[in-house]
Ligand binder design. Structure first.
Ligand code: F6P
Length: 320
């Protein structure tokens, strides 16, 4: 391998810049050239390449977003689009790829790696933490801290007004942002798609639960019932509560990465380049029990991550 291409794709996540920096600097350390591909697979198709050197990644470890920009490419889902991307990449002399992203990014990488002879290593860059083969994805820690910070603020006003707040957080089909940030804010209930913490159960617990608490925070993962629908149900069942709904939205995707995310991105960025040099391909670099491990891309995307039972028990004991 002489020249590595790096891209970020799909929804951005805090720490992607730290990952780009780590990949570029590790490649240079091993005397490899690095090309940045802008706007993910879309940029590969359209020939958006830039040479990367030590300086091009200076002062980015602390920045949210991605300096390479990102996109969700429709064209890359077609064989013609992928062929175009391959031709462009080959014309640049790129002979290996590091792709930073989530589910969609790895799905694309897997097909691309099967169709063309190019080694690819994925780095888990998504706030959702929904990839198998890594305890945490790059951006998750920042996102849950952002959510905790926002909900702490909501708690102040909820408490002042004796209100019930239903707060929706991101995560696509995965409830892990809701679960951890919900525990972190002392939520009275947490609804996630992975468990049977369903609406009747919640209503029952509200019915029999403490009446003396002035505010209630109900954390809801976006992949479930939907915060507004739940708000209507609660308003109807408990008309004496003053109920409000708040959707945190894209605030969870931005901001300075936490130290945890910067270190994770740095470790995995180094591992990706070293993995390519060791001959690995079509795998994702992740961290399992504190150790770097490589997982085939199709395992990373196909297996549902298990929800930690002990966290669910904690919710049951400490909420309502
Ligand atoms: O995958 C990251 C994520 O933020 C999900 O949590 C969310 O469902 C989705 O992306 C939102 O995507 P978009 O920014 O395209 O609306």
């Amino acid at each position: 391998i002489n020249k590595i291409g790096i891209l970020t794709s799909g929804g951005d996540s805090p720490g992607m810049n730290a990952a780009i920096r780590a990949v570029v600097r590790t490649a240079l350390y091993y005397d490899l050239d690095v090309i940045g591909i802008r706007r993910g697979y879309e940029g590969a198709i359209n020939g958006e390449f830039i040479e990367m050197d030590r300086k091009s990644v200076a002062n980015i470890i602390q920045r949210g977003g991605t300096i390479l920009k990102t996109a969700r490419s429709q064209a890359f889902q077609t064989p013609e689009g992928r062929k175009k991307a391959y031709d462009q990449i080959k014309a640049q002399g790129i002979d290996a790829l590091v792709v930073v992203g989530g589910d969609g990014t790895f799905t694309g990488a897997k097909v691309f790696g099967e169709e063309f002879d190019i080694p690819i290593i994925g780095l888990p860059g998504t706030i959702d933490n929904d990839l198998y083969g890594t305890d945490f994805t790059i951006g998750y820690d920042t996102a849950i801290n952002t959510a905790v910070d926002a909900v702490d603020k909501i708690r102040d006003t909820a408490e002042s007004h004796d209100r019930v707040f239903i707060i929706e957080v991101m995560g696509r089909d995965c409830g892990l942002i809701a679960l951890r940030s919900g525990i972190g804010v002392g939520a009275e209930a947490i609804l996630i798609p992975e468990t049977k913490t369903d609406v009747p159960h919640l209503l029952h617990r509200m019915e029999v639960g403490r009446k003396d608490k002035s505010s209630k925070i109900i954390m809801v993962a976006e992949g479930g019932e939907g915060a507004f629908k739940l708000g209507e149900i609660i308003k109807e069942r408990f008309p004496h509560y003053d109920t409000r709904v708040s959707v945190l939205g894209h605030i969870q995707r931005g901001g300075k990465p936490t130290c945890m995310d910067r270190v994770l991105a740095s470790r995995l960025g180094v591992a990706a380049v070293e993995g390519l040099l060791e001959g690995r391909r079509d795998v994702m670099a992740g961290l399992i029990h504190g150790k770097v491990e490589f997982t085939p891309l199709d395992h990373a995307i196909k297996h549902n991550k298990e929800v930690n039972e002990s966290l669910l028990k904690i919710v049951e004991i400490l909420s309502l």
